[in-house]
Design a protein around this ligand. Structure first.
Ligand code: 2BA
Length: 108
């Protein structure tokens, strides 16, 4: 059986609802407080280790509770030489999901 790590970046407002759904369904998860590289605002990254055949179920559970949010950006990247920018709206999420292979999983 092959194990996968689902890495899901969700809006922090949705994180608890997503975690409730995931634990209620018997999966384990780790919640990390993260920062979006573009918005430079807080978001939440969930690490969920599951068997390969559970990946689609986990993604569906995330999709049920992670909604898209509109957010206003005033200065997306404070890079050198950027001029004062006009505020603009971006659509963030529901969820950005990566699925990666797990070489080894041990609990010591
Ligand atoms: P942020 O990087 O803060 O991006 C927030 C939202 O801003 C993105 O929503 C997207 O709508 C917009 N955006 C991002 N980069 C942009 C750019 N260069 N030009 C114009 N608009 C841009 P999502 O795509 O739903 O992404 C939500 C969060 O998921 C991201 O927050 C980031 O933390 C993560 N993420 C998304 N794609 C990623 C990737 N390829 N690798 C790593 N993290 C990613």
């Amino acid at each position: 059986m092959s194990m996968k790590l689902v890495i899901a970046i969700v809006h922090s407002d949705d994180a608890n609802a997503v975690l409730n759904e995931i634990s209620r369904s018997g999966y384990s998860a780790t919640k990390l407080s993260t920062t979006g590289g573009f918005m430079r605002a807080g978001n939440t990254t969930l690490l969920i280790g599951v068997e390969e055949e559970q990946v689609d179920d986990v993604i569906a559970l995330i999709g049920k509770k992670a909604h898209s949010h509109k957010q206003v950006v005033t200065s997306p990247s404070k890079s050198e030489g950027s001029v004062a920018s006009m505020p603009f709206e971006v659509k963030v999420g529901g969820a950005t999901v990566f699925v990666v292979d797990v070489d080894k999983f041990v609990k010591l």
